[in-house]
Ligand binder design. Structure first.
Ligand code: NAD
Length: 717
């Protein structure tokens, strides 16, 4: 059995300490331990009360996710909760650290809750496609009120102790939580008052009856923040039951039924796949676990533009001092003022206090002098995307920055080996591809050069974790992982436009599938002129799929930046409006290129765009550019707006069935004659052997040089 519960007696109070390092999940040993220890304390007449706490820094971080999907052994969580709630002696939860999911639900079954000032509570089950199934949906609304409880359960956010006190979730906060809880338990045992049970607190439920606004607001919140997800609707139904059912146990029963539906829903599997996937992605298969990691005490950033500013914020937010260098005073001033504005915005929204802003913004310094970054442990370059310029900067960095420091480039697609080659420390050079806005987007592609050392990689992965990024390793190959996949996908969206579909139809079909933003809205946002200018510079004829975009640019339609692209935009708004004036152009270009425009179904649109992603993902995997299938899913969900509840393109392929994927690819290859649909050999062999994407064999030599032709990929954005 995993985990245990330690039993101590202090001043006639039984102190039950959950011991299941590092974060004390409710594994079978913990459940059994809690049940047996409460029984023991109840049976011992010398014991006056019980305190439940956690060993180390966590109270109880939640259920043991590794038990999901398997047979749960031993005593169930509900038996433990029942035991705690109906204990004849007062039970105090001494919440010493994080109390999440089943952890907070444990505390809600105690009579009293005292939290350490540093503790956090939350019910994050929604992030795994689940609902709090241990009574959380029934008990939390009774303490915090249904509106606040719904907000907490639908966002899955962590609530700091002070706020939990204001919300009524905990009774008090303390600096010595276990000692104070023991004293409190004695006090309560000696008083004649009844020990309250959360299940009996019906006031807020009765007050909410008939108030439709509460549930309607929650539905609107779920539709906005958790589009397409199944669990949020279930959570709302649970709270509706808590409000309307007279008997608490009927509410619990309803919660149980709705929980089971979540558990059996494919979204739950997809979301747990990503939860574990993000942890797996942070490990590099051929870098030993005990590889030393450099300490990063100060970071330097070159370039204070869109990316440099965002990356600097990531370091400051993580408490790491960061110094920014730019080439000219004006750009530097503007860049730093954008950072300050971002922090001011957070203060305005109540996400930071002004003291916190001063502290975090105080970590950001700037100048025009490279000497000021000589003592940095890592420097990230984020200047214009130009190889010669990057060569020049890396030569300077190599001569100025201390020799053991890591030098990283935020390039979207230039050759890291070429950049490393101008330095005397190529083993310390690596790509750190952040996504825009860097302070918000979670994805970090770590680009491994041919000679990047294990220590450099391990350090950058650790930095990624510190910056709260989902870090994924990519080999140094054109487009890395994400942009290479995006290329085939947008190219197919453009082909569908050429063949007869319209931008809004294509966008709507893919947004209904679950993508955050359809491809044409995205291309308008990025700017159609970037690819157009690059293609013009190359002097080559544009590929078929780029013909319409190029023609739009010739007509001065660059996208959102000048109010017209595939869509029209009114000033100050990002909302796309149909642009019927483009339709003549679409028809002409289709005709000039030999296409007879036809009706295209939404199904074909989704199939063709998503299959392009899947097939390229399989190629990336078989080349070893990505280490494992789930890394590709993590990239696509965190960087490209793929719906988390579909588990990423590779997981989605598994869900479709790889035999179906191959069959459809063959069909579309025949229909379009396009190589994008030529089924990847890996896919075919996995399908033939009835395997899944995750069963793809590991690529032996991941350091193999892949040949870096700065070909089509970058030129198409
Ligand atoms: N913008 C994006 O969405 C995005 C996303 C991922 C990666 N990238 C990559 O990040 C890098 C930066 O992109 P960006 O969008 O932030 O560019 P940007 O144009 O917003 O900013 C570039 C900054 O670099 C400064 N700079 C130029 N030459 C310099 C020099 N010699 N020394 C010091 N500073 C110098 C400029 O003054 C400017 O402030 C590029 O390589 C780009 O491909 C961009």
């Amino acid at each position: 059995m995993k985990g245990t519960v330690l039993y101590d007696v202090k001043d006639n109070v039984a102190v039950l300490t959950v011991d299941n390092p590092p974060v004390n999940p409710l594994s079978d040993g913990v459940r059994t331990g809690l049940y047996e220890c409460v029984t023991k304390a109840e049976e011992d007449d010398s014991i006056k009360g019980i305190v439940v706490t956690g060993n180390g820094r966590a109270f109880i971080a939640g259920a043991d996710i590794s038990e999901f999907g398997g047979n749960v052994e031993g005593i169930s969580l509900n038996e433990v909760f029942n035991k705690l709630e109906h204990c004849s002696k007062p039970v105090v939860a001494a919440i010493n650290g994080i109390a999440l999911g089943g952890g907070l639900e444990t505390a809600l079954c105690c009579n009293y809750r005292i939290a350490a000032n540093t503790a956090f509570v939350g019910l994050p089950e929604v992030n795994l496609g689940l609902l709090p199934g241990g009574g959380g949906t029934q008990r939390l609304p009774r303490l915090a009120g249904p509106s606040e409880a719904l907000k907490m359960m639908l966002t899955g956010g962590h609530i700091p102790a002070k706020k939990a006190l204001d919300m009524g979730i905990v009774d008090s906060i303390s600096e010595n939580v276990v000692e104070d809880s023991i004293k409190f338990a004695i006090e309560k045992a000696e008083s004649s008052e009844q020990h309250p049970k959360v299940r009996d607190l019906n006031e807020k439920m009765i007050e909410a009856r008939g108030n439709d606004k509460i549930l309607l607001e929650a539905q609107a919140m779920a539709a906005k923040g958790r589009k397409g997800q199944f669990a949020p609707g279930q959570i709302i139904k649970c709270v509706e039951a808590a409000i309307n059912l007279d008997d608490f146990d009927d509410g619990l029963k309803k919660e149980g039924e709705l929980f089971l539906e979540c558990l059996l829903h494919p979204q739950r599997e997809a979301m747990i796949h990503i939860f574990f996937g993000e942890r797996a992605a942070s490990k590099i298969s051929d870098v030993p676990k005990d590889t030393p990691v450099k300490e990063i005490k100060k970071a330097g950033i070159i370039g204070s533009g869109t990316m440099g500013g965002g990356i600097a914020m990531c370091f400051a937010n993580a408490g790491i001092p960061v110094h920014i260098i730019d080439q000219d005073e004006e750009n530097l001033k503007r860049g730093v003022s954008v950072i300050e504005k971002n922090y001011d915005f957070m203060v305005g929204k109540g996400r930071l206090t002004s003291e916190q802003k001063d502290a975090v913004f105080g970590l950001v310094t700037s100048s025009l002098e490279y000497e000021d970054i000589s003592d940095c442990d890592i420097v990230i370059e984020a200047v214009y995307e130009n190889l010669e310029l990057k060569h020049e900067i890396f030569k300077t960095l190599d001569s100025v920055v201390k020799p053991e420091a890591i030098l990283a480039s935020n390039t979207s697609g230039l050759d890291i080996d070429s950049i490393a080659s101008v330095t005397k420390r190529p083993e310390l050079v690596v790509g750190t591809h952040f996504f825009s806005p860097a302070n918000i987007m979670r994805l970090l592609e770590v680009v491994r050069g041919e000679v990047t050392s294990d220590e450099t990689l391990a350090t950058v992965m650790a930095v990624g974790k510190k910056l709260k990024k989902a870090a994924v390793v990519s080999l140094n190959a054109p487009g890395f992982i994400g942009n290479r996949m995006l290329f085939g996908y947008t190219a197919q969206a453009n082909m569908l436009l050429l063949e007869g579909a319209l931008p809004h139809q294509i966008d709507q079909a893919l947004e209904s599938f679950g993508l955050n933003m359809g491809p044409f809205r995205m291309m308008d946002l990025v700017g159609l002129d970037l690819g157009w200018r690059a293609r013009k510079l190359s002097g080559k004829e544009s590929p078929l799929h780029a013909k319409i975009g190029d023609e739009l640019c010739e007509q001065n339609r660059y996208g959102q930046k000048n109010g017209a692209g595939y869509y029209n935009y009114t000033e100050g708004s990002r909302a796309p409006n149909a642009a019927p004036e483009n339709e003549e152009l679409y028809e002409r270009i289709s005709q000039e290129n030999g296409f007879t425009r036809r009706e295209i179904s939404d199904e074909e649109i989704v199939d063709r765009c998503i299959l392009a992603l899947i097939n390229e993902g399989a190629n990336i995997l078989s080349e070893g550019v990505a280490q494992r299938a789930v890394d590709i899913d993590v990239v696509y969900i965190n960087g490209y707006g793929f719906p988390i509840w579909r588990g990423g393109p590779m997981h989605h392929a598994n869900a479709m069935g790889l035999d179906v994927v191959v069959e459809k690819l063959n069909k579309y290859e025949e229909l379009t004659g396009n190589d994008v649909y030529k089924p990847s050999e890996l896919l075919v062999s996995l399908a033939e052997n009835n395997l899944k994407m995750g069963d793809a064999p590991a690529k032996e030599d991941r350091k193999e040089k892949l040949g870096f032709e700065m070909s089509s990929v970058a030129n198409n954005f």
